[in-house]
Design a protein around this ligand. Structure first.
Ligand code: ADP
Ligand code: MG
Length: 463
């Protein structure tokens, strides 16, 4: 019927608008390297903040002792304690607990959020067993992973530039987040030194390097997306401090805020951005990351329901609720291999309360998932390729066997198989066969927590 033709038309337009042919990916990668240069040249020189992390030495393996870590990311936060045993022992023991953040705390006051965090940390500290023994008179030390853009003022302090990923707490912006945490810890009577403040990408880089000396960059694909990499200190014109002994500095790119005329953006993306808590910002993040992929799918389905009666004469009311389709649901549908696509059917029923769907409709949903996820995955690959170009690791050098390893983490990369496979194959496509041989993508599970503890260890007040 005419209605179905309209469904197909909407699908086709989406497919065209999301297209990422290899030439376009190369343009995006080149734009990324251009912006990297601009962000390193001067403060505010680019949409890419290219933040200096104050991490100029990555873990050596020698780190030892007992340290805490705290990871505040998107929806969950984790508390962790690790016992480090140096080169031989490595991570001797590790305990952690995950706590989900009540949604109202993401949009209330700074004290409320940090009190909640400090209380959870205090509770966790109270469960410390015999194995974790602190020498007499020593203060506990913490590596704080905080996955939002922070302008660091030292390794252990930094002011919040802005919230992302659905957080919006005005009174934290411009404040030292370590100060906020320390105040909250004092309020709950917890005595602990915040030794290192690190972005999750920087933590993942540190954690990755601890096990693999060839790790040069880290990428997070989770609720949000971001990347960090090791830059030559010489190549950072905006850095006016002393040249670090290592000659290197880890840069937190904040690549989620990247935008470029080369990015394939659709009408759905523009409206999603317009309706978001941070319009005009985090444009790359809004087309790549886990917080948004399911929401893009919802918006396309809503248009199909509205304009082409995709779900019948009326629009399912649930489909009008923002963020009702979460990315894990999208990936569950996307990976449905049953002949009648029964997972797709049951998800649509559970989430949207659509009692029945035809196979034809379910196939359209799979196509939509594929279009939306592939765009995100291919653009992630372009970003990584951009970093490799920036550090001169994108082409095989004659006679060199230097490996370049990218440490990846985040729930999207970890659990959305179609996404991560597409990301990896697109990166190979960009690099070509020969250079692909020297580039490796590894999953650095929970690297950011261990990484923060490692950085706390190597910067301990007792060294
Ligand atoms: P955060 O980014 O909040 O620190 P994670 O790295 O654990 O936390 O990522 C969680 C995000 O990963 C979720 O918000 C979701 O978007 C995505 N995710 C989790 N599980 C899946 C899944 N099965 N399929 C697709 N995406 C998933
Ligand atoms: Mg995280």
């Amino acid at each position: 019927s005419g209605k179905w033709a309209r469904v197909i038309e909407i699908l086709k337009v989406l497919e065209e608008d999301c297209a990422t042919p290899i030439g376009k990916l190369r343009q995006v990668a080149d734009a990324m390297t251009v912006e990297m240069h601009a962000g390193l040249a001067s403060e505010g020189g680019s949409k890419l903040k290219m933040l200096i992390s104050y991490v100029d030495n990555l873990p050596s393996g020698e780190e030892h002792g007992f340290f805490y870590a705290l990871d505040l990311g998107g929806t969950n936060f984790r508390v962790m304690r690790v016992l480090l045993g140096g080169k031989e022992g490595r991570v001797v023991k590790q305990e952690s607990e995950e706590v989900s953040i009540p949604p109202h705390l993401m949009i209330s006051g700074s004290d409320e959020l940090f009190n909640f965090i400090a209380e959870a940390l205090a509770k966790f500290v109270a469960t410390e067993g015999e194995d974790f023994h602190l020498p007499e008179g020593r203060q506990r030390e913490l590596g704080f992973t905080f996955s939002f853009p922070v302008k660091q003022t030292s390794l252990s302090s930094g002011t919040l530039i802005k919230w992302t990923k659905g957080f919006s707490i005005e009174d934290t912006v411009g404040q030292d987040v370590v100060g906020e945490l320390v105040k909250a810890m004092e309020r709950v009577g917890l005595d602990m030194n915040v030794t290192a403040l690190v972005n999750d990408t920087v933590g993942t880089l540190a954690g990755g390097r601890y096990y693999n000396p060839d790790v040069v960059a880290a990428v997070i694909l989770g609720t949000g997306t971001n990347a960090a990499y090791v830059e030559r200190a010489h190549a950072i014109p905006k850095w006016h401090g002393l040249l670090p002994k290592s000659g290197e500095m880890v840069i937190n790119m904040e690549w989620g805020n990247f935008r470029s005329s080369h990015l394939p953006l659709t009408e759905y993306d523009h409206l999603l951005d317009f309706d978001s808590l941070n319009p005009g910002e985090q444009i790359l993040e809004k087309i790549i990351s886990g917080m948004y992929l399911g929401e893009i799918l919802r918006r396309v389905l809503l248009k199909m329901a509205d304009e082409a009666a995709f779900f019948g004469d009326s629009v399912p009311p649930k489909l009008r609720i923002p963020f009702i389709i979460r990315t894990p649901n999208m990936s569950a549908m996307h990976s449905d291999t049953s002949p009648d696509l029964k997972v797709v059917g049951s998800k649509l029923k559970d989430i949207l309360e659509v009692p029945t769907t035809s196979l034809k409709m379910r196939k359209v949903v799979i196509r939509l998932c594929d279009i939306i996820a592939s765009r995100g995955a291919r653009l992630s690959a372009a970003g990584i390729y951009g970093i490799l170009k920036k550090i001169g690791r994108d082409t095989p050098k004659d006679g060199e066997t230097q490996k370049s390893v990218i440490a990846m983490d985040g729930g999207l990369f970890e659990h959305y198989t179609q996404f991560s496979e597409c990301m990896e194959s697109s990166l190979k496509e960009l690099l070509g066969d020969e250079a692909s041989e020297s580039v490796e993508v590894i999953h650095s599970n929970d690297g950011s927590g261990v990484g923060a503890a490692l950085l706390a260890a190597s910067h301990s007040q007792y060294l």
